[in-house]
Design a binder for this molecule. Structure first.
Ligand code: PLP
Length: 379
């Protein structure tokens, strides 16, 4: 099997499986809110996990909250900030290439009467700076929402430039940053980065599904999305799960080491595939400076879904558009927004890698693409 669908989700690593087993011990399974000594042990364990997670992300423990997924983190950050800070402004700035987790929150805000101003995006997948300046210049911007690495193309946001521009033109604007596809692939230091609210997802870094993280910079106030027993400082009610938090931490530990070496290896795979696929008439839609973990390719003569199923015959797994919308048979809104024409976008397939993919898999992939062209292309 060749699994090139790691931006959709990743396989659970052996270390995470072992950690989950360890944390499932009866002695560790008490409610962290319980007053007895088993509860004390559970809360100690949980807070220890929080502290270590914060350390690896360059944050303070009190800035880290465990959620069920990045979608929940995004909902809490975006809706929670706007709900708590009604006087901060009536406008939100973003792009139309965000993940649906963000776009649907913005749609919700529209219904509440907020104005969403979308910054234009270029063929390189990056927000156009003049457009950002123009939208900021209109004033009244409470929140700016961006994604560090686009899940469909791997386009990397020039975040330092963007944060600088926002701070210069609209200093009170708070920044939400989706870091889901960047985690474990780029160095992330929340203390120095300049984002106020960030989301992360466990299942994209070889943890299980059901765990995410929300970062809320000290001093930023947001309303919780989930209310109840007041767990996690009232930010996210519901009995805490040391198992899920511990799984996230274990995965984070693994992907936090050797980031540069892993990236070099994945770059070799990406470069090889770019070259070989282009030689076969495919169009590379990921920008040249994209993170190498994602390669968006438009195949000559094959619609996205047809190519996906042809590859599946050879036990090769890829995506069409982002997994959440893959069943709706839609052309990627991200590619269209970047200015890719509909016909090219209709043939786009996303290959996405993890540090565990190999060059041998890349060679085999190309061999099977040749088989597919030979067998299935209608000439
Ligand atoms: N943001 C990005 C960029 C993603 O790729 C995804 C998942 O596809 C999400 C957010 C949502 O993550 P989760 O599945 O943890 O809710």
């Amino acid at each position: 099997m060749i699994y090139f669908d790691n931006s959709a989700t990743t396989f659970v690593s052996d270390a995470v499986k072992a950690k989950i087993n360890e944390l499932m011990e009866d002695q560790l399974s008490a409610n962290p809110g319980a007053l007895h000594k088993l509860g004390n042990r559970a809360v100690e364990l949980y807070e220890g996990i929080r502290k270590e997670t914060a350390g690896l992300l360059g944050a303070k423990p009190e800035e880290i909250f465990f959620t069920s997924c990045a979608t929940e983190s995004a909902n809490t950050a975006i809706k929670g900030y706007m709900s708590r800070n009604k006087r901060a402004g009536n406008a939100v700035i973003s792009t139309r290439t965000e993940h649906k987790a963000t776009l649907e929150c913005l749609e919700y805000l529209t219904k509440l009467g907020y104005e969403i101003r979308y910054v234009k995006v270029g063929l390189d997948g990056k927000p156009v700076m003049e457009s950002l300046e123009e939208e900021l210049g209109k004033g009244d911007v409470a929140l700016a929402c961006f994604t560090l690495v686009n899940n469909e193309t791997g386009a990397v946001l020039p975040f330092a430039d963007i944060a600088k521009k926002i701070k210069a033109l609209s200093p009170s604007t708070v920044i939400y940053l989706d870091c889901v596809q960047a985690l474990g692939k780029m160095q992330i230091d929340l203390a120095s980065m300049g984002a106020d609210l960030c989301s992360f997802s466990g299942h994209k870094i070889h943890s299980v599904k059901g765990n995410g993280v929300l970062y809320v910079r000290n001093g930023v106030r947001i309303d919780p999305l989930i209310v109840g027993g007041g767990q996690q400082d009232g930010m996210r009610s519901g009995t805490q799960s040391p198992v899920l938090a511990g799984a996230f931490l274990e995965a984070l530990k693994e992907v936090s080491s050797g980031i540069d070496e892993a990236r070099e290896e994945v770059t070799l795979i990406n470069n090889y595939l770019r070259k070989e696929l282009a030689a076969r008439g495919a169009q590379i839609l990921s920008p040249d400076d994209a993170l190498p973990y994602v390669l968006n390719v438009s195949f000559r003569g094959f619609e996205s879904e047809t190519m996906l199923h042809c590859l599946e015959i050879y036990d090769i797994y890829v995506s069409t558009v982002s997994a959440c919308s893959a069943k709706q048979k839609k052309v990627s809104y991200v590619l269209l927004e970047m200015g890719v024409d509909r016909k090219t976008a209709a043939n786009a397939v996303r290959l996405s890698f993890s540090r565990h993919n190999t060059m041998d898999e890349a060679y085999e992939f190309i061999r099977h693409v040749d088989d597919i062209y030979e067998q299935f292309l209608i000439k």
